[in-house]
Design a protein around this ligand. Sequence first.
Ligand code: GUN
Length: 301
Amino acid sequence: METTSTFRLLDGKAISAAYRQDIAREVEQLRAAGKRAPHLSAILVGANGASETYVASKIKNCKEVGFESSLFRFPDTVTEAELLDKINSINNDSSIDGLLVQLPLPKHISVQRITETISPEKDVDGFHPLNQGRMVQNLPCYLPATPYGIMLMLEHEGITTAGKHCVVIGRSNIVGMPMSILMSRNADPGNATVTLCHSRSTDLSAITRTADILIAAIGKPRFVTSDMVKEGAVVIDVGIIRIEDSSTKSGYRITGDVDFENVAPKCSYISPVPGGVGLMTIVGLLKNTLRAAKGEVKFSF
Ligand code: GUN
């Protein structure tokens, strides 16, 4: 079969830079109107290498667009009560607009209790059940940062989603599940026919081969191979996996869920890893924080 081979790269670096510039401009306008800069707080527990990297990147990006930021670190021996106290004090601090608690957390801490304690009006990760419920009903809310970033990427590139078959692999609360909801909503981008696949799906390849848009969010290196992809598909790789590699300075390299080299020639568009969705996740977070500072999501009537 003939291959497309002229795929277009969904370049997270360039696309995120364009969005960050828009955000920085809005911050300048807020400041010019006498308002303070948006302020994001992050809570980081323990010393997980990947989490350290993600949080450092979030803080750096805040600075670059003119946001205030604050980072609260706790050892992995912290009690749940101590974390809940910190969250409550940030909830009550009117100088802070957005709060995220970096996941994963140590086993002795309930992610559900932490998530539900964050004020839904400061929940810029969009993980609170009230935000996720509003997302399902297409009401004003914070969207989870990674799915939001992917929607912004599709919008920026003018990729048609209406009427297309979108297959999402992975059903996590953070990516796969909300992605399936956003792609099926009556919105643009959206209006796709969505199939959500997961570990119990049978004959996965038969399903993925029917995808016009394939979104891989499973965290398994190079899981999506070229035989799983239809000619001309849009492929979005959400995986960010560290693979040991003694030839690199850090001792690891980053790979995605998609076997990029072999899949790309079949695609109309494909996102690389690194340099793809990861950078858009930060855009989603920054946009949520800006919306929080502007008071755009309210839960009190
Ligand atoms: N861990 C992996 N992804 C995320 C994210 O988007 N937000 C937070 N808080 N933790 C994560």
